[in-house]
Design a protein around this ligand. Structure first.
Ligand code: 5GP
Length: 207
């Protein structure tokens, strides 16, 4: 198994929307003050409580397109109805300094980052069931009905891709999920290799 030693410490945290990756990222950063978050650019509008430069950099479509053309992003993707991109410079800077850098990206973004940075560690966070995913998406209340339907459909397609990730975390209990992610990342950054990776047993795919 790869370890992070000497090659930068990129940690990709992905999940279908409603899987809980954003909460997990936030809590990991609270527990580990030296870890950094890769702040993406997005064309979606700011939600209540979000701040430009903290959760995302909020830009309009022409600006996003211009940034993408100029090679500003390490990866970018259309997710649901909007565009998202991971800026390259802060990512490479964090790697250069040996920081642990967390990326909260969708499944396509995770695959692109893994291609460019094969040493990255990828974690896939899954809800315990489809019904629970639907409940969580509804509870969040940030989407219209149409957006919710788009997210649910995308989520189910994304869940099928679980076996592309290094580790799968079932987010049944948020505290346990954060602790599991924390342990996996720390073990990986110091080169411990004894974690099991038997993905076929780790998760029953929705069918
Ligand atoms: P939200 O709009 O709910 O914050 O995020 C929607 C989705 O976009 C989530 O799955 C999130 O992980 C993903 N996302 C956020 N930033 C990026 C990014 O830079 N690149 C990609 N590919 N996906 C992202």
């Amino acid at each position: 198994m790869r370890t992070a030693a000497g090659k930068g410490k990129i940690v990709i945290i992905s999940s279908p929307s409603g899987g809980g990756k954003t909460t997990i990222c936030r809590r990991l950063l609270r527990r580990n003050r030296r870890w950094v978050f890769s702040v993406s650019y997005t064309t979606r509008t700011k939600r209540e409580g979000e701040r430009n430069g903290r959760e995302y950099y909020f830009v309009d479509l022409p600006e996003f397109a211009q940034l993408r053309r100029s090679g500003f992003f390490a990866e970018s993707a259309r997710v649901h109805l909007h565009y998202y991109g991971t800026p390259r410079r802060p990512l490479d800077g964090a790697i250069g300094k040996g920081d642990v850098v967390l990326l909260d990206v969708d499944v396509k973004g995770a695959a692109s980052i893994k291609r460019k940075y094969p040493q990255a560690l990828s974690l896939f966070v899954l809800p315990p069931s489809k019904a629970e995913l639907r409940r969580r998406l509804k509870r969040r209340g940030t989407e219209t009905r149409a957006q919710l339907a788009v997210r649910l459909n995308n989520a189910i397609a994304e869940m099928e891709k679980y076996d592309r990730f290094d580790y799968i975390i079932i987010n049944k209990d948020i505290n346990e999920a954060v602790t599991a992610a924390d342990h996996i990342i720390k073990s990986w950054t110091v080169g411990v290799t004894y974690f099991g990776r038997n993905k076929s047993k780790a998760y029953p795919v929705y069918r």
